[in-house]
Design a protein around this ligand. Structure first.
Ligand code: RTP
Ligand code: MG
Length: 140
């Protein structure tokens, strides 16, 4: 399979605990290359737009407040089968259900404060990358 790109966020609970480096190391160890990276702080409007698909879910308010509570690190990851590979190394949404060795098993605090985001498919990967990065910022 050809090289693929996916979009990743190191979430506020992780940046706050200085876990940016160890989480990035885990992504790299899994064979993912960081081809773009920046630390930003989302506005509430940006978080609501990014998570628009969840707007009717009961956790939407909590999720968007959390995502704006501290800076985040947004990254584009490249590798063979990058979307699936990233979700594998992230682990299940709920850390209590995440497999040993995954980022969420090791670092997540709860189902909401779960340290990382990763695109769930090729269409969302493309959309999410374009939302945060210009083509010039992607250095393969
Ligand atoms: P993500 O989008 O962040 O990569 O995570 P995911 O696909 O594993 O989870 P998703 O179902 O897309 O949910 C997005 C994020 O919403 C928060 N969440 N909170 N309190 C809750 O029950 C609950 N459920 C989901 C998590 O931060 C999750 O990553
Ligand atoms: Mg998701």
């Amino acid at each position: 399979m050809a090289l693929e790109r996916t979009f990743s966020i190191i979430k506020p609970d992780a940046t706050k605990r200085n876990l940016t480096g160890v989480i990035t190391a885990k992504l790299e160890e899994a064979g993912l290359r960081v081809v773009a990276s920046k630390r930003i702080q989302l506005t509430l409007a940006q978080a609501q737009e990014f998570y628009g698909v969840h707007k009717d879910r009961p956790f939407f308010g909590e999720l968007t407040e959390f995502m704006t509570s501290e800076p985040i690190v947004v990254q584009v990851l490249e590798g063979e089968d990058a979307i699936a590979k990233n979700r594998e190394v992230m682990g299940a949404t709920n850390p209590a259900e995440a497999a040993p060795g995954t980022i969420r098993k090791e670092y997540a605090l709860s189902i909401g404060e779960n340290s990382v985001h990763g695109s769930d498919g090729p269409d969302t990967a493309k959309e999410e990358i374009a939302y945060f990065f210009s083509g010039l910022e992607l250095v393969g």
